[in-house]
Every structure is written in C-alpha cells, then in structure tokens.
Design a protein around this ligand. Sequence first.
Ligand code: FAD
Length: 116
Amino acid sequence: SINSQCPLMRDDLGRASWSLLHTMAAYYPMKPKEEEQQSMSEFICSFSKLFPCPECRTDFQEEISKSPPDLSSRLGLSTWMCNQHNIVNKKLGKPEFDCRQVLERWKDGPADGRCD
Ligand code: FAD
C-alpha cells in the first residue's frame, strides 16, 4: 500500500495515473465542443511526453500514433482509454478488462449501490 509520505514507485504511479485518465474520460462531455476536444487532445499528447516512466511513455506514444484518441464523445474516449490500458495489461500479463464496463467502473459505480 502507498505510504503517503514517500515518492511513488512505478506501480503506484501507474495506478494513480490510470485512475486520473479513466476518470477524466468518464467525465468528458457526451457532446464535446471543438475547444474541449482540442484541450483533451493536448492533455493526452503532453501526458504521453512527460509521464515519468520512460519505457511506459515511449510505448504509449507509439500506440497513440497507431490509434489516435477518439475525442468525439464520452463513451468514445472512455473506450479508447480502456483499450489503451488493455494494451498495457496484455504487455504486463495482467487480465483484460471488459470495456463495456468502463463507465460503471469509473463513473456510475455498481448497480448494487455498494460504492454510493
Ligand atoms: P492497474 O493496471 O494500475 O489498474 C488499476 C485499476 O484499473 C484496476 O484495478 C481495474 O479496476 C482498472 N482497470 C484495469 N484495466 C482497465 C482497463 N483496460 N480499462 C479501465 N479500467 C481498467 N507499467 C509497466 O511496468 N510497464 C509499462 O510499460 C507501463 N506502461 C504504462 C503506461 C501508462 C500510460 C500508464 C498510465 C501506466 C503504465 N504502467 C506500466 C503501469 C501499469 O499499467 C499499472 O498501473 C501497474 O502495473 C499497477 O497495476 P495494477 O495491477 O495495480 O492495476
């Protein structure tokens, strides 16, 4: 578990970063304005250049150039981010996440209300 007084190790940084990325995608507008699309595009591009894990960011940049972010809607961006995370999961031998569940995981919470 994270000792909040210590610098982050790679896995803690990764978990914290995915939490931010998926949550930003889950709260991205359903119908984003041109300016919001531009800001998200710049954020993802900057993130991929500055993320403080050289191996991670090199691979992430390459994946972005193969498959640019879907900035057209909340569901589009959330699904894109989920697919990107699954690419890393596969590389690390972690289980694939079902991207149909992405908004439940990162925005709405489970139907049984245990997160409310
Ligand atoms: P994480 O993978 O951090 O996931 C956290 C939670 O997100 C999970 O518990 C699950 O509830 C949910 N989740 C899992 N998959 C998905 C999905 N596809 N969509 C939505 N939610 C999901 N580490 C490396 O060692 N090498 C790398 O090259 C590397 N590249 C990375 C690139 C990026 C852009 C980022 C942000 C992180 C990278 N990491 C990398 C870190 C790595 O992905 C994990 O964060 C870290 O290994 C900790 O894993 P974890 O098992 O705690 O869960």
